[in-house]
Design a protein around this ligand. Structure first.
Ligand code: IMP
Length: 428
C-alpha cells in the first residue's frame, strides 16, 4: 500500500500543481478530494504551460488515472471547458473519472455567490472566486444539493431542480432584487452537460479502494491550503471545504489508515489572496518586488496576491493539523537577489511571544511578527540540479525552515519547469 497526500501548507497558491505533476510521474492514480474550479494549478511541460482548475494535474500523463472525488463540487460547464481545452492541446481525458456522489454547482450558486459578496460590507467581503463554491457546499450541508447521480437521471434532476430553483429564485428576487433564473434554460443546459460527462461517471470510492488494495500508488492532490480550511483556517476568510489532509478521507471515501505520507507544499515566502489578517505581509517595495518576480497573480481570478516573509508559526500549525511527513519548498528562486531574507519565528502580542497560530482573527490582526534575519543570495538558482549546487545562504535558509518545524525537506522547486526541481529524498 502506498498513498500520499499533497496539501497546501499556507493560504493556497503554494505551487501544488507543479509538485503534483512531479509526483504524479511516480504514481499510478491522482485523486482530487475537495474544492472545485476555484483552484488554479499551473503546470509547465517543455515549452507548454497548462492551467487546470478542476481536473487533476496528472491528466498530462496519458497512462495515469485521474479521479475527481465525492468531496469536490463540480461545475459541469467549467468541467467541459477544461476537457475541451485539454483536447485542443492533444491531451486525452479517457482516463478521467468523476464521482457519482460529487455535488453539482448550479447557475444559482454562482449568482448567489456574487450577490452575497456584493451585499457584504467591503471590510467583510471574503473575496471569493465567485465560482459558486460556497453556495454549493451550503446546499450540500443543508441537504438540498444536487449530486452527479441526480444529474444523470432526467426525472430526478427535473424534480430536484424545480424545488431548488423555486427557493433560490425567491432569495435572488426578494432578498437581492436581481433577475430570476429560468427553469427550462437551466434544465436544458444541464441535461446537455449530463450527456457529455456521462462517460466519466463512476463510483470512485470503489475505484480508489481497489487501487490502494492492489498496491497501486495513489496520490491525493490538494487544492487551496490549510489556512483556507473551513474549520482550521482563518475563518471566515476561508473556502467552504477541507483542504487539510483529513479532508482526503471524507472527500474520497477512504479511511485514514490508507494514507502513508502527507507532503506539505510550502512557498519559500508567504502569499494570500482575498481579505483577512496576514502578519508577515510586506506592504512596501520588497512585497511589490516579490509579487513581480514571483508572478504572484491568481491563476483563476488574475488578482494580485498579497506577499510577505516566510511564517514558521503558520508552518508549524500546518505540520500539526495535517500531520506533515515531508516538505516540498517552492519558488525558492523568487527570493534570489534579496540582500537579506526573514523568517517569522513567533508573534508578539500584548508584550508576550506566542508560537501557536491563534483562532481569533482579531487576535491575529494584533500580532506583530518576530523575525530572524538571514543573509540572502544574489545568484539565480534555477539551473541547480542537486542540493549542493544551491548557494550556501539558500541552503542555510532551507535548513533553518526544516529545523524550526522538524520536518525534512524532500523537494525544492526552483522554477516553473519540470526540470527545475531538486529531489532530495523520497517523498512518494
Ligand atoms: P471560494 O473558495 O471561491 O469560496 O473563496 C473563498 C476564499 O478562498 C477566497 O479568499 C479565495 O480567494 C480563496 N481561494 C479559493 N480558492 C483558492 C485557491 O486555489 N488559491 C488561493 N486562494 C483560494
Amino acid at each position: 500500500m502506498a498513498s500520499s497526500v499533497i496539501v497546501g501548507a499556507q493560504w493556497g497558491d503554494e505551487g501544488k500543481g507543479k509538485i503534483t505533476d512531479f509526483l504524479a510521474e511516480r504514481s499510478d492514480i491522482i485523486v482530487r478530494s475537495q474544492g472545485g474550479n476555484n483552484a488554479g494549478h499551473t503546470v509547465v511541460v517543455g515549452d507548454n504551460e497548462y492551467k487546470l482548475h478542476l481536473i487533476p494535474s496528472g491528466i498530462l500523463y496519458p497512462e495515469k488515472i485521474c479521479i475527481i472525488g465525492n468531496g469536490v463540487v463540480i461545475d459541469p460547464e467549467g468541467l467541459l471547458e477544461e476537457i475541451n481545452y485539454l483536447h485542443e492541446r492533444g491531451i486525452s481525458t479517457d482516463n478521467l473519472f468523476i464521482s457519482d456522489r460529487a455535488h453539482v454547482i448550479m447557475p444559482y450558486h454562482k449568482v448567489i455567490d456574487r450577490l452575497v459578496e456584493e451585499k457584504r460590507h467591503v471590510d467583510q467581503q471574503i473575496g471569493t472566486t465567485k465560482k459558486g463554491i460556497g453556495p454549493a457546499y451550503m446546499d450540500k450541508t443543508e441537504r438540498s444539493g444536487i449530486r452527479i447521480c441526480d444529474l444523470m437521471d432526467e426525472k430526478i434532476f427535473r424534480s430536484k431542480l424545480k424545488n431548488n430553483l423555486e427557493e433560490k429564485n425567491l432569495i435572488i428576487e426578494k432578498i437581492y432584487g436581481a433577475d430570476p433564473i429560468d427553469f427550462e434554460e437551466v434544465y436544458r443546459d444541464y441535461i446537455g452537460y449530463a450527456k457529455k460527462i456521462k462517460r466519466y461517471i463512476r463510483d470512485t470510492t470503489v475505484q480508489v479502494y481497489d487501487y490502494i488494495n492492489s498496491g497501486r500508488k495513489v496520490l491525493f492532490e490538494g487544492a487551496q491550503g490549510t489556512l483556507l480550511d473551513i474549520d482550521l483556517g482563518t475563518y471566515p476568510y476561508v473556502t467552504s471545504s477541507h483542504p487539510i489532509s483529513g479532508g482526503v478521507t471524507v472527500g474520497t471515501g477512504i479511511g485514514p489508515t490508507a494514507i502513508n505520507k502527507v507532503i506539505g507544499v510550502v512557498k519559500a515566502y508567504t502569499t494570500r489572496v482575498g481579505k483577512g489578517p496576514f502578519p508577515t505581509e510586506l506592504k512596501d517595495e520588497t512585497g511589490e518586488w516579490i509579487r513581480e518576480k514571483g508572478h504572484e497573480f491568481g491563476t483563476t481570478t488574475g488578482r494580485a496576491r498579497r506577499c510577505g516573509w516566510f511564517d514558521s508559526v503558520i508552518l508549524n500549525y500546518s505540520v500539526r493539523v495535517n500531520g506533515l511527513s515531508n516538505l516540498a519548498i517552492t519558488k525558492l528562486d523568487t527570493l534570489s537577489g534579496l540582500d537579506k531574507v526573514k523568517i517569522c519565528v513567533g508573534y508578539e502580542i500584548d508584550g508576550e511571544i506566542i508560537t501557536d497560530f491563534p483562532a481569533s482573527l482579531e487576535t491575529l490582526a494584533r500580532c506583530t511578527p518576530v523575525y530572524e534575519e538571514m543573509p540572502g543570495w544574489g545568484e539565480e538558482i534555477s539551473d541547480a540540479r542537486i542540493y549542493e549546487e544551491l548557494p550556501i545562504n539558500a541552503r542555510k535558509y532551507l535548513e533553518r525552515i526544516s529545523n524550526i518545524c522538524d520536518v525534512d525537506i524532500s523537494i525544492i522547486s526552483i522554477g516553473p519547469k519540470r526540470t527545475e526541481t531538486i529531489y532530495i529524498r523520497k517523498a512518494d
